[in-house]
Design a protein around this ligand. Structure first.
Ligand SMILES: *[C@@H]1O[C@H](CO)[C@@H](O)[C@H](O)[C@H]1NC(C)=O
Ligand SMILES: *[C@@H]1O[C@H](CO)[C@@H](O)[C@H](O)[C@H]1NC(C)=O
Ligand SMILES: *[C@@H]1O[C@H](CO)[C@@H](O)[C@H](O)[C@H]1NC(C)=O
Ligand SMILES: *[C@@H]1O[C@H](CO)[C@@H](O)[C@H](O)[C@H]1NC(C)=O
Length: 239
């Protein structure tokens, strides 16, 4: 009897280890923290739209905090019953997010009455697509709070301004942008570009990496930099 019992234990143990492995492989390795320059959305062919509160400050805004794998791919839409977006958990987040995580895309539908509706749509989209995949580390409120704290901790615009890189519509060296961010933060940034309506390349997004534990201010060297699509010199549009 005793021997039979003891042979059961390792089997249970193996099953548990097996389940743990499945969970880990569906998890993620680190975060991309993505900030965007609103001027580079507004001068594109699609243009941009401002919320009813008016034109946001001339500053970078958060695009998102995206769980990613070390191999470059990323998990998305990890929706479940426990993590569906809850607007009521946003109430104390909204004032900060309106300033720092604004939606610039123009609404395709007529329903643009509520000041927040486009922002709320963006936040829900970011949560559904990306946030739900890091739900094991950050619940919805913590996810937005943590991301907004990251934004406040690294003032990208000030870093660039301190080094003579201004949103004045002139061309700047992408290497120089990368270098001054590295000097100020200690980390290599991913620089992403897009093109304006006349086809000029411009600074669109700046990506930093964050440890998956989401401990405060836990920036890390990116395990893999996001795709870069910038020529040597890019415009930094006026906004
Ligand atoms: C990348 O790694 C994740 C997690 O290990 C895995 O699920 C995914 O299939 C990998 N993707 C590629 C393209 O190798
Ligand atoms: C906004 O929507 C509310 C109902 O949702 C309506 O009562 C109000 O008249 C609308 N305001 C404008 C300016 O369209
Ligand atoms: C830009 O954003 C940073 C970080 O959130 C903030 O500290 C700074 O005051 C902002 N600058 C302006 C001009 O709004
Ligand atoms: C920036 O560089 C591009 C490519 O060389 C050029 O076409 C564009 O006119 C330049 N923009 C400014 C403002 O100098």
């Amino acid at each position: 009897m005793k021997m039979a019992n003891s042979s059961i234990i390792p089997i249970k143990f193996l099953i548990l280890v097996g389940l743990a492995n499945i969970c880990v492989s569906q998890d993620f390795d680190f975060f991309y923290f993505v900030q965007q320059w609103p001027g580079s959305s507004c001068d594109t062919k699609q243009g941009c739209c401002f919320p009813q509160t008016g034109k946001p400050a001339s500053n970078f805004t958060v695009h998102g905090l995206w769980p990613n794998f070390n191999n470059g791919s990323f998990p998305s839409n990890c929706k479940s019953v426990e993590n569906s977006f809850d607007e009521s958990k946003m109430s104390d987040i909204v004032p900060r997010a309106e300033t720092s995580w604004a939606a610039f895309s123009c609404p395709s539908k007529k329903k643009t009455n509520s000041t927040n509706s486009d922002n709320m749509k963006l936040w829900k989209h970011e949560w559904d697509k990306h946030g739900t995949c890091s739900h094991s580390v950050l619940h919805q409120h913590a996810y937005f709070d943590f991301t907004l704290n990251l934004k406040d901790h690294i003032d990208l615009l000030q870093i660039l301004l301190n080094n003579g890189i201004k949103p004045d519509g002139k061309n700047y060296s992408v290497e120089k942008i990368r270098q001054v961010i590295k000097e100020a933060t200690g980390f290599e940034a991913g620089i992403r570009c897009n093109t304006d309506a006349s086809g000029n390349s411009q600074l669109n997004e700046i990506v930093l990496c964050v440890d998956k534990s989401a401990a405060s201010r836990s920036f890390i060297e990116c395990p893999i930099l996001p795709d870069a699509n910038c020529p040597d010199n890019v415009e930094f549009p006026i906004f």
